[in-house]
Ligand binder design. Structure first.
Ligand SMILES: Cc1ncc(COP(=O)(O)O)c(C=O)c1O
Length: 397
């Protein structure tokens, strides 16, 4: 097996110390105390949100957001066709129907196309900030306000990015995030749900927890309090060791970001000079988390070479971390979205948007190169080496 050129997350002595300390303190926390309380407070503070709730995965945070938002049978939810599938798949647990929309030239859901899809059954708009690049979040906010819809942000790739100077994730009514190992902020596994809305918060607590957290955090005069003992059949508590890892990673986060920003700027400058390559960079007034650097390949400008053939050449030249992320396919190409009736017969025929053509999503699935963005001095050297390999490959195209 070849050696990896990109190590993430960065686990140092501070991380192992934090985990060992937590191991001795407690490995199951029933209420909002200890590392759970500290981390939720730090994350809410970062997001300028009233509430942050940790969960055991990003998928469960997304699922919780759909329960919190009150999705039910017959509701339509406008979703990106170009996203990781778990942004959308939990909708089927609620009876609501996803309505797919293509992405714009930065890979985020296209607000103009969103507006065309809004109808009497529309309940919410979901947006993912793909690969760390902010989607057009303020335009989506305007649409949500105009049509009285709930706006839900998936910032799994984008924690640390900003839009018009504000933390990404601070514009939606509910924001969710994965803390899985590859993500910009990680606990190994885990998730977070943020909101400013107390109703969404109580519904999240009732959906994701039972007993202590429900009893302590849902007011006694709230209609959900009577269910505090049992919740509703789901338990999505994060593991305290994951929370300890995440708290330590969060404490180092601004250092990681500064390193990534420097390396990304260098790589973008260099790659932009090569024929047929266009790195996707954030819009003016926005910044990326640099979860990855994604670069559009235009085969017409490079003798018909596809992204896949370019990636193969780069891999054989030694740039082994360059990848075509074509497992992130348009959701409308994936069986679950084409035919949700397999597990949920009540879904019957899918929404007609499943059968339409999505030219930008198709383009993104086939014509992107994905590179890691390093953040350490050794990583900067690796980035320089990768740029030389690109230049060598380009000489021979
Ligand atoms: C955009 C996006 N949303 C959601 C998820 C799901 O998160 P998790 O793996 O923590 O359940 C991922 C994970 O890869 C993701 O990339």
């Amino acid at each position: 097996m070849s050696e990896s050129h990109f190590v993430w997350p960065q686990i140092g002595k501070e991380t192992t110390d934090a985990v060992l300390q937590q191991l001795m303190e407690s490995i199951s926390i029933y209420d909002r105390s200890g590392v759970i309380e500290r981390l939720e407070d730090k994350l809410a503070n970062h997001m300028d949100a009233r509430y942050a709730v940790l969960t055991n995965s990003g998928t469960s945070a997304i699922h919780a957001s759909y329960i919190a938002a009150g999705f039910s049978m017959g509701d339509e939810v406008i979703v990106p066709n170009y996203t990781f599938f778990a942004t959308v798949s939990p909708i089927y647990q609620t009876g609501a129907v996803p309505v797919f929309v293509d992405c714009d030239d930065h890979g985020g859901i296209d607000p103009e196309l969103v507006e065309r899809r809004i109808g009497p059954k529309t309940k919410a708009i979901v947006v993912t900030h793909m690969w760390g690049i902010p989607a057009q979040i303020y335009r989506l906010r305007e649409l949500a306000d105009k049509y009285d819809l709930i706006l839900i942000e998936d910032i799994s790739h984008a924690f640390g990015a900003t839009a018009s100077g504000k933390a990404i994730g601070s514009v939606g009514d509910i924001t969710v995030q994965s803390l899985q190992a590859q993500k910009p902020l990680t606990g190994g596994e885990g998730g977070v749900l943020y909101t400013n809305n107390p109703e969404f918060y109580y519904r999240t607590i009732a959906a994701a927890h039972y007993n202590k957290r429900c009893k302590n955090e849902i007011p006694e005069d709230h209609s959900l309090y009577q269910y505090a003992l049992t919740g509703f059949g789901l338990k999505w508590r994060i593991h305290p060791l994951a929370a300890a890892i995440c708290e330590q990673q969060l404490d180092s986060f601004s250092l990681f970001m500064a390193g990534r920003e420097r390396v990304a700027r260098f790589m973008v400058d260099e790659l932009s000079q090569l024929n047929g390559l266009s790195p996707i960079i954030p819009r003016k007034n926005d910044t990326s988390s640099w979860y990855s650097l994604v670069v559009k390949v235009n085969p017409e400008e490079i003798d018909g070479n596809s992204a896949l053939s370019i990636a193969e050449k780069l891999n054989s030249g030694g740039a082994i971390e360059v990848d075509v992320p074509n497992s992130t396919r348009p959701l409308t190409d994936i069986e679950m979205f084409k035919n949700p009736g397999g597990l949920f017969p009540h879904y019957g025929e899918p929404h007609p948007s499943v059968k339409e053509k999505y030219s930008n999503s198709d383009f993104f699935a086939s014509n992107l190169l994905k590179l890691p963005v390093w953040n350490t001095p050794e990583g900067e050297a690796r980035a320089t080496e990768y740029i030389s390999i690109f230049k060598e490959v380009w000489k021979n195209l």
